[in-house]
Design a protein around this ligand. Structure first.
Ligand code: NAD
Length: 494
């Protein structure tokens, strides 16, 4: 009998109000059941929010440095348990261990950044325009935060949100993706062990419609942080807009790697292989388009094909695996539907089918796929696929590459391989993305820098670095007039 997991609500590990559970299975071997997780409903969200309101009163009054010390302990425990968490994440999400170790490390880095931020959370002291008057700002927690996360970074993305939310003094109701509930469970366990007050941290498992939707529309949750698809983000945005909530949206991408004729070709090859097929293409920053200059197009493709054919598919926990499975059957069907489109929109040079063979029968494996001859503006060139499918597009000069990069509705990351300094700086200035890399792939964000995208990838907020602390706190402006008389700003001093 598989282990039955619980929600964490009001300081206790509890069964869902529905009494119902869902199974979490390994995408590399669907016969491997990891556990049964609560199929919660709105009533569980209500209880969680009620507890988080109480938790907010305790946690928001805990001094920032003391909060930081607890987050530091969480980082230490994560460091001790890094391998165990990485293995759990690979088992439920599928990506290779090398990557889930990185996923956990990003969480650790975020913990240590948040821990020290507990001693900063700077405000400003500003001169007043009037005599004997003091003016300053400080950062104040907002309240209960609702955290809704996707499956592809089971540890990093929850930590990007929850550590800064807690560092600022907010309480948390966490709704993880239903595909990766075990990693979420381990994270919450660690936060509690580190000393986060149990009322300040709730974990409610379940599906988007059943748990995510009531959390987003709960009147006592003023802050929502969401990462996931642009389609779900739009629905959440409409609700939060109507309810005047503070909302951070991190959504889809259609990222391009541009290779100029002056590039180091070996470096560009390493970059596109890691960018396109790492995490089986299931990264918001995955390289989904490869833009090749006419002069190097054929030679580059030939070498790329040879390298792609060498990639070994398999269980992500095995040392010799390069590419793991897709997350579930629905995702495999989506990828198949894009391969159908590829038959008319381009030429499939490799892959293009569900991968069968030794050790692959029981998982959602798809062959790394390269489609050449894709036209800018076509569906393959503009829609997020979220799988191991790379669309190759030709261009003849950098102006055209910029135009192709910018024509999609998304704007997360971009990459240019070049040895020309002018091309590099033009890329920084003219590519419409939140992140641009030169001589590095479209993936590779670091925890202490802001992360996010423009256009339909985001709504202007950033995760990571120093900027996210602004999202999770309010600026309070304080004036103290010790003149002993009525002083009217803009009037008495002019
Ligand atoms: P998804 O939108 O299907 O689900 C994300 C989360 O939203 C899950 O927890 C889900 O249960 C919940 N949800 C679903 N419907 C909801 C609703 N009506 N109300 C509230 N919550 C709801 O996304 P996914 O398949 O888990 O992740 C893949 C997507 O995430 C891709 O589009 C990818 O680009 C994006 N992503 C973006 C970033 C980024 O930082 N920009 C990072 C990772 C993933």
């Amino acid at each position: 009998m598989p282990t039955e997991f619980r929600n964490h609500i009001a300081g206790e590990w509890v069964a869902p109000s529905t009494g119902a559970y869902f199974e979490n299975r390994n995408p590399a071997d669907v016969d491997d059941v990891i556990g049964r997780f609560p199929r919660s409903a709105a009533a569980d969200v209500d209880r969680a929010v009620e507890s988080a309101r109480k938790g907010f009163r305790i946690w928001s009054r805990t001094p920032g440095p003391a909060r930081g010390a607890i987050l530091k302990r969480a980082g230490d425990i994560m460091t001790e348990r890094k391998e165990e968490i990485a293995r759990a994440a690979t088992r439920e999400m599928g990506k290779v261990l090398l990557e889930t170790r990185g996923d956990v490390q990003e969480g650790i880095d975020t913990a240590y950044y948040a821990a020290t931020e507990g001693r900063r959370l700077f405000g400003h002291t500003v001169p007043s325009e009037l005599p004997d008057k003091w003016a300053m700002t400080y950062r104040r927690p907002v309240g209960v935060t609702g955290i809704v996360t996707p499956f592809n970074f089971p540890m990093a993305i929850p930590t990007w949100k929850i550590f800064p939310a807690l560092a600022c003094g907010n309480s948390v109701v966490f709704k993880p993706a239903e595909d990766v509930p075990h990693t979420a469970h381990l994270y919450v366990e660690i936060l509690l062990e580190a000393g986060v007050p149990p009322q300040a941290l709730q974990l409610v498992h379940g599906f988007g419609e059943d748990v995510g939707a009531p959390l987003v529309s709960h009147p006592d949750v003023p802050v929502i942080s969401f990462t996931g698809s642009t389609e779900t983000g739009r629905v959440i945005g409409e609700i939060c807009g109507r309810m005047h909530k503070r909302l951070s949206l991190e959504m889809g991408g259609k990222n391009a790697q541009i290779v100029m004729p002056d590039a180091d070709m070996e470096l560009a090859l390493d970059g596109v292989l890691w960018g396109a097929f790492g995490t089986t293409g299931q990264r918001c920053t995955a390289t989904s388009r490869l833009l090749l200059h006419d002069d190097i197009h054929d030679a580059f493709l030939e070498r790329l094909l040879a390298r792609t054919r060498e990639l070994r598919l398999g269980d992500g926990s095995k040392a010799d695996t390069d590419v793991g499975p897709l997350i579930h059957e629905a995702s495999l069907r989506t990828v198949e539907s894009y391969v159908e489109i590829a038959r008319s929109e381009g030429e499939i040079l490799c892959g293009g089918a569900r991968a069968r063979g030794d050790g692959l029968e029981n998982g959602w494996f798809f062959e790394p796929t390269i489609v050449a001859g894709v036209r800018a503006g076509s569906r393959l060139a503009t829609e997020e696929i979220f799988g191991p499918v790379l669309s190759v597009i030709r261009f003849s000069d950098f102006d055209e590459a910029i135009r192709i990069n910018n024509e999609v509705r998304y704007g997360l990351s971009s990459s240019v391989y070049t040895t020309d300094v002018r091309t590099s700086f033009r890329a920084f200035q003219e590519l419409d993305n939140g992140i641009t890399y030169v001589n590095a792939p479209t993936i590779g964000a670091e925890a202490h820098l802001p992360f996010g995208g423009v256009k339909e990838t985001g709504n202007g907020h950033r995760e990571g670095g120093w900027e996210v602390y602004e999202f999770y706190s309010e600026t309070k402006v304080c004036y103290l007039d010790y003149s002993g008389k009525l002083q009217r700003a803009q009037i008495d001093n002019y």
